[in-house]
Design a protein around this ligand. Sequence first.
Ligand SMILES: Cc1cc2nc3c(=O)[nH]c(=O)nc-3n(C[C@H](O)[C@H](O)[C@H](O)COP(=O)(O)OP(=O)(O)OC[C@H]3O[C@@H](n4cnc5c(N)ncnc54)[C@H](O)[C@@H]3O)c2cc1C
Length: 401
Amino acid sequence: MNIHETFVCIVGAGPAGLVTALGLARAGVPFVLLDDGDGPVKESRGLVVHAGALEVLDELGVAAELLERGTRVGTFRVAVRGHALMHIPLGTVPTAFPYFLIVAQAVTESVLRDRLAAQGHAILSGHRVTGVRQDGDGCEVTGKDAQGRPFAVRARCVAGADGLHSTVREQLGIGFPQHTYDTAFLTADVELTGGPDRALAHITPSRHGLLFMAPMPGGGWRLIISVRSPGGRRPQPPALSEVQAHLRRRGLPHATVTTVHKSAGVLLHHGLADDFGRGLVALAGDAAHVHSPAGGMGMNTGIQDACDLAATLAAVHGGADADTMLAGYRRRRMAAAGQVVGFTDRLMRLVSLDTMAVHVVRTAAFALAGLVPAIGRRAALMVSCVTRTPAWTGAPRLPAP
Ligand SMILES: Cc1cc2nc3c(=O)[nH]c(=O)nc-3n(C[C@H](O)[C@H](O)[C@H](O)COP(=O)(O)OP(=O)(O)OC[C@H]3O[C@@H](n4cnc5c(N)ncnc54)[C@H](O)[C@@H]3O)c2cc1C
């Protein structure tokens, strides 16, 4: 059996695990990073990196490269049939990054992986974790590699960043109550002619449901279309004709879809783990919380968990009391994730109710909100995730480079 000894064993090399690793590397804390896959995410997932996550990534020295690979958007525009009702101006957010960055999650993960590799840290790919055990001295993580050979990692602490179906969470016996919405999203990466202004991201509520349009780096658009999914049935990935029909129905008669690069039907859930860890094991990212992509805050919140967790574990490595430090991490991040789950749930209720009467009331509400700039500024602050960064929450900071 292959046996590794280290200070932190990180399970999962998605955005949360990779940022935890980069944070620990910055602090000089030994770690082993295990992942059952073999590279960045393949399907189209997170697209938006908000200011709060960019602040964290900047501390780790990767924001500049990500900014080069993405498109910056400073405003969400809410419009019905071409008439602007409200603007959410990210330029008003107190941050060095007063916009959100549109960049595919696969690119974000590649940038994080390349930075780790450049610092001499390998990811143990193809390593599937099946067991996590704690004893008086620390933890033992066990599983099998891609060739079916058993391995074990002996570590003082474990970071469970192994996503929604987390084995680490399951091994700790931590519950994860979830609710599936009866609204699902169709996502489509498309080329369009006659589309709206590419300097903005567009939110179009209609009585048929919501349409979100974000300009992609390189010229295309990511479309997110809400549809009913009674009983939690996953919708089929939409073909070009269906995407076109949705655009027409939602009031964009001049937009013509010329190509669909990728499309998917996505069921939406929300939920929070009953605790964000136990003893010397902590959870981060989707292993601890899941919410609708409305607002694009899932990966962002996971990146912020990871930065906090890395700084917390670095303090433990430096001699601070592990129980106190990890209890602080769990308290801070459960509160932060609880806010995000609550906010995205309210957004989902807003976009899900699609009767004609509700549409009329909702349109009036957006129009009224558009008359009060403070509401747009408040929404910008909420969605940008900056209020959940160490600077606002009092979380420990990573040492300066
Ligand atoms: C359609 C869609 C759109 C989205 N849009 C956005 C957006 O715009 N902005 C945003 O912030 N978020 C968005 N999200 C959410 C975002 O994709 C997730 O929140 C993010 O990927 C979670 O990162 P993570 O590192 O916690 O988990 P994951 O990305 O799931 O990574 C977990 C890793 O752990 C590995 N793993 C799992 N089990 C084991 C095991 N037993 N042993 C070893 N390794 C294991 C997996 O292979 C994986 O590599 C979207 C999601 C979807 C589905």
